[in-house]
Design a protein around this ligand. Structure first.
Ligand code: AMP
Length: 282
């Protein structure tokens, strides 16, 4: 497995692969890898060469967020990727991606200000910027992302379409712990009591799915049930719970095909997100 830290070095490798007509897939991550990340490698293996990037992207963190504390178990990550058949890891320093004088940001309008964008107004600008840069550097035919970050996938698909990028975005289902908690690098911030309380996100998704099965399809009724449930967990504080159209994140009044329930909940100081399709996903 090759570890590449500079853009110049990656470009040499990439043109070598292009000379051999090899296809390339990319799995972008911020490291602190878990089984959710590893699940993305499956479809990525359809390419001749599989690249994983590890980059804790400063532009997607807000001023009071966890950039400095974000876990960085690099040795562990690299050995996990090596054992999972990754061909190259792109591991740039922040100054390599954003050198002095860097000024260009990518804004995917409107979609970026919904849901997580309300409490994290600059987050998706940072995500779109770094992902576009990674696409330009790695030049993958396929890029694989997790449904865990549902809004991110909608925004990136939009960016790919709007900017005529020659990359196919593939989205993989959410990987969960046995009790339903979605795997996340941020779960390590939780203490024992918080870890237990964190199941409230999955329980809320299940509650809504069950209420829908029992015939309740009004969004405001479902959302108020979810709010109530989350309110009953003393360690939890709701950031948002919304039911939207999964394709374009627009609000829906009644759950029909393609509705998505998206949640962000603080458990203590840790902000967790989760989501589930309600109704049939097209
Ligand atoms: P991150 O390192 O948190 O930026 O995540 C990198 C990629 O892994 C993103 O596409 C995430 O959506 C995906 N991912 C994170 N957690 C999970 C999970 N529990 N199941 C599936 N994919 C995930």
């Amino acid at each position: 497995m090759q570890i590449v830290r500079t853009i110049a070095e990656f470009k040499v490798l990439r043109s070598d692969w292009a000379d051999q007509n090899l296809t390339v897939s990319l799995v972008p991550t911020m490291g602190a890898l878990h089984a959710g990340h590893l699940s993305l490698l499956g479809p990525a293996r359809m390419a001749d060469r599989l690249v994983v990037s590890i980059f804790v992207n400063p532009t997607q963190f807000g001023p009071n967020e966890d950039l400095l504390h974000y876990p960085r178990p690099l040795e562990q990550d690299l050995s996990l990727l090596e054992r999972n058949g990754v061909d190259a890891v792109f591991l740039p320093a922040a100054s390599e991606i954003y050198p002095a004088g860097y000024r260009t940001l990518v804004a995917v309008d409107e979609l970026s200000s919904r849901l997580c964008g309300v409490s994290r107004p600059s987050h998706f600008r940072g995500v779109a910027t770094v992902v576009l840069k990674l696409f330009n550097i790695i030049q993958p035919q396929w890029a694989v992302f997790g449904q865990k970050d549902a809004q991110q996938t909608v925004i990136l698909r939009r960016m790919v379409q709007d900017l005529n990028l020659d990359v196919e975005v593939i989205v993989q289902p959410i990987v969960r712990e046995i009790d339903g908690l979605a795997l996340s690098s941020r779960n390590q911030y939780l203490n024992v009591a918080e870890r237990k309380a964190a199941t409230i996100l999955f329980r809320s998704l299940e509650f809504a799915q069950q209420a829908l099965t029992q015939g309740e399809s009004k969004t405001d009724v479902l959302v108020s049930g979810v709010r109530q449930l989350i309110g009953s967990e003393p360690l939890a504080r709701l950031d948002y719970a919304e039911i939207v159209n999964a394709a374009d994140l627009s609000p829906v009044e009644q759950v029909g095909d393609n509705a998505l329930l998206a949640l962000a909940v603080f458990i203590g100081k840790t902000r967790l997100i989760d989501n589930a399709f309600l109704g049939r996903n097209k």
